[in-house]
Design a protein around this ligand. Structure first.
Ligand SMILES: Nc1ncnc2c1ncn2[C@@H]1O[C@H](COP(=O)(O)OP(=O)(O)O)[C@@H](O)[C@H]1O
Ligand SMILES: [Mg+2]
Length: 272
């Protein structure tokens, strides 16, 4: 059985007379990649924001590894987002005045790691993500796909339990978008994090373990976790997800994890 990392129960969120979420439940298993699909305005982003502790639901609960996220104050939720979650949004999220390596290092620096150490660890991500040589470039000197790979590194560098991505390839052409999405899924999986990704691209479901359909603030299909182990992982040669091999994922963080880990093994020689 797959342990549940993150779970929303009966989530309700209203904006004035608009009911954005109308009683949504969703469980995300450890290391599981869940695609959220649905028409514009159906509540996908609101669901992601509630699960990620960005928005407080009007009713319902969000649990991260047994902790009540919805009951936390803003400071606690902010700390949780910084330490346990990673985020990849559509675009414009990198700080334009900072070189790529400092953009990646930023979450570590915000957590108290020295600048030199944070940048050293950030640089380790560039090769595996096909970004070798781009460490010193400003975001304006990167292509859209490259900038999103920098954002993926920034989302993963703190070893989050869950990565949230809201239409991360929405501003890219289709080929670059697919490349970026596959990399996001593989890198997240390779680092034993769960992924919740909002997308309009039905092909993305191919790389995820499960697709959830949202309509008018409700989930149509796919609310539970996938039962048992994911056969796709073994078939595609990804590292396993047993508890002994990956003792991380407790509320205190991931001591001893300080590099891209298995990313180098699952993405040999990627370039571009
Ligand atoms: N901050 C907000 N203020 C007012 N209405 C909002 C806000 N955020 C979302 N909504 C409304 O809630 C509904 C769901 O929005 P959203 O979750 O952004 O949908 P999606 O991401 O699926 O396009 C929409 O009707 C939207 O207009
Ligand atoms: Mg949205």
């Amino acid at each position: 059985m797959t342990a549940v990392v993150l779970e929303g129960f009966d989530l309700v969120k209203r904006f004035g007379s608009t009911v954005a979420l109308d009683g949504v439940g969703l469980a995300v298993g450890r290391g599981e990649a869940v695609a959220i699909m649905g028409p514009s305005g159906s509540g996908k982003s609101t669901l992601l924001h509630c699960l990620a502790g960005i928005t407080r639901p009007d009713a319902g609960e969000v649990h991260l590894l047994g902790q009540r996220v919805d009951a936390m104050g803003e400071r606690q939720r902010s700390a949780l987002r910084r330490t346990r979650f990673g985020f990849v949004f559509q675009f414009g999220q990198l700080l334009p005045e900072l070189p790529a390596e400092e953009n990646v290092a930023l979450p570590l620096m915000l957590g108290g790691t020295s600048r030199a150490e944070a940048v050293r660890r950030a640089r380790e991500w560039f090769g595996p993500l096909g970004l070798g040589g781009m460490e010193g470039r400003r975001p304006g000197e990167l292509s859209g796909g490259q900038a999103q790979r920098v954002a993926i590194a920034r989302a993963l560098i703190t070893r989050p339990a869950v990565v949230f991505a809201d239409e991360p390839t929405g501003a890219l052409d289709q080929a670059t978008g697919h490349d970026t999405m596959r990399l996001l899924v593989e890198a997240t999986r390779g680092n034993d994090a769960s992924l919740v990704v909002v997308t309009h691209d039905p092909q993305v479901a191919r790389w995820c373990d499960r697709t959830v359909e949202v309509r008018d603030g409700r989930i149509l299909t796919g609310a539970g976790t996938a039962a048992g182990p994911y056969p796709g992982h073994d078939a595609r040669g990804y590292p396993g997800h047993d508890a002994q091999a990956h003792p991380g994922h407790d509320v205190r963080g991931h001591p001893g994890n300080d590099g891209p880990g298995s990313l180098t093994r699952i993405l040999p020689g990627r370039n571009g």
